[in-house]
Design a protein around this ligand. Structure first.
Ligand code: IDP
Length: 136
């Protein structure tokens, strides 16, 4: 049951030098990299990616943060890749939800600056991969 998921190493992860750490954990889990690019994203793309959060109190801050510096967009594939990466990432809140041993649990402190994104369902993965890698 091979799946694809869209992973972002967000600008905080890039500026802290954690790209290699994240990729290493993806690879050690047994997942594969299908596409990867360092990119600075424009506001329209960021809003499209986070469309489900439009109208929430943190939406504008989130868009500003995600467009504020280069990020690394990755298509990850493998068996149960969507939930496998969500497990590697840990819960949204790096302190209250993500446990030690996860990316957010090991390296994060604040909800907004939680280092990585991973698609949360097959539908989200398909939608997000189209946004970031339309040629795939
Ligand atoms: P997820 O990234 O774990 O799937 P979502 O609920 O989809 O979490 O939220 C998307 C992103 O929005 C989070 O990763 C985080 O960066 C940011 N975010 C979520 N909730 C808050 C909040 O309450 N304050 C600030 N930022 C938030």
């Amino acid at each position: 049951m091979s799946e694809r998921t869209l992973v972002l190493v967000k600008p905080d992860g890039v500026s802290r030098g954690l790209v290699g750490e994240v990729i290493s954990r993806i690879e050690r889990k047994g997942l594969r990299l299908a596409a990867l690019e360092l990119r600075t994203v424009d506001e329209a793309t960021a809003k499209q990616h986070y469309a489900e959060h439009d109208g929430k109190s943190f939406f504008n801050d989130l868009v500003e943060f995600i467009t504020g510096g280069p990020l690394v967009a990755i298509v990850v594939e493998g068996t149960r890749a969507i939930s496998a990466f969500r497990q590697l990432a840990g819960g949204t809140d790096p302190v209250e939800k993500a446990t030690p041993g996860t990316i957010r649990g090991d390296f994060g402190l604040e909800v907004q600056f939680n280092l990585v994104h991973g698609s949360d369902s097959v539908e989200s993965a398909e939608r997000e991969i189209k946004i970031w890698f339309p040629a795939l």
